[in-house]
Ligand binder design. Structure first.
Ligand code: F6P
Length: 231
């Protein structure tokens, strides 16, 4: 499937928050802008919005774990960005870093009424950890002014962009065609630029995820010059 409907609109809107984070981070002394975006299991929106905006210094997605502490970890890297640029913009998918937040003792994870694992808030967690680190570490160069932006509901509720609107229209036409042809249990989607019918059990079997070794993610990391943040 090339992309799901709403994706382009979400990426477009997410960039407004990244711009707000950049403006906030550069308007004060030692500013850090942290944006938490949708993406429970996959970091496509965070990755794409970061790449498109050109404003992000660090992007965190569920597919690539990161360490907080240590010379190679996130906090040390933010220190380096702050020393070099004087400010830092982070874009974080909501499912990133859950290993740092969820109990690691094998106890069952809390589920919501739909059966999804209830995620802990990585935005609030990082906000506290980063502030605390810069306020207390002798090497960190002093406290930072961190602003956390969570645009989830703004993104979820906006009117769709023209590309998504047309995409949805064609999907609707294709779904009606499929129904008239007698197909059930299928989903229509664009696959390699063609509209195709896909069996629902097949597409719901696995979540589609960013390949941590694939071109899009590698391109983004090269673009923002982000090093590996885990051992
Ligand atoms: O607060 P609610 O309504 O449970 O929705 C939050 C969830 O909805 C989504 O925004 C998807 O629509 C997820 O990214 C998020 O985890």
């Amino acid at each position: 499937m090339d992309h799901t409907f709403g994706f382009q609109t979400a990426v477009e809107e997410a960039q407004r928050s990244l711009l707000a984070a950049k403006v906030e981070a550069t308007s004060g002394l030692r500013g850090i802008g942290l944006v938490k975006l949708m993406g429970r299991q996959s970091g496509f929106i965070a990755m794409q919005a970061s790449l498109a905006s050109g404003l992000v210094d660090i992007c965190l997605i569920p597919e690539e774990p990161f360490d907080l502490e240590g010379d190679h970890g996130l906090l040390a890297y933010i220190e380096r960005v702050m020393a070099y640029k004087g400010h830092c913009v982070l874009c974080c998918a909501e499912g990133a870093g859950q290993n740092l937040l969820q109990p690691q003792d094998g106890s069952p994870r809390e589920l919501d009424p739909s059966g999804n694992v209830k995620l802990k808030d990585i935005g609030i967690f990082l906000k506290h950890k980063i502030r605390q680190h810069f306020a207390t570490s002798p090497t960190a160069g002093g406290p930072v002014d961190l602003k956390l932006i969570d645009p989830t509901y703004m993104i979820r509720t906006i009117e769709s962009g023209q590309q998504d609107s047309i995409y949805c229209k064609v999907l609707a036409h294709s779904a009606v065609d499929a129904a008239f042809a007698g197909y059930t249990g299928i989903c229509v989607a664009q696959v390699n630029t063609h509209f195709a019918m896909l069996p629902i059990p097949v597409i719901t079997k696995y979540p589609r995820r960013v390949d941590p070794l694939g071109k899009p993610w590698t391109r983004l990391k090269a673009d923002v010059q982000q090093p590996p943040l885990h051992k």
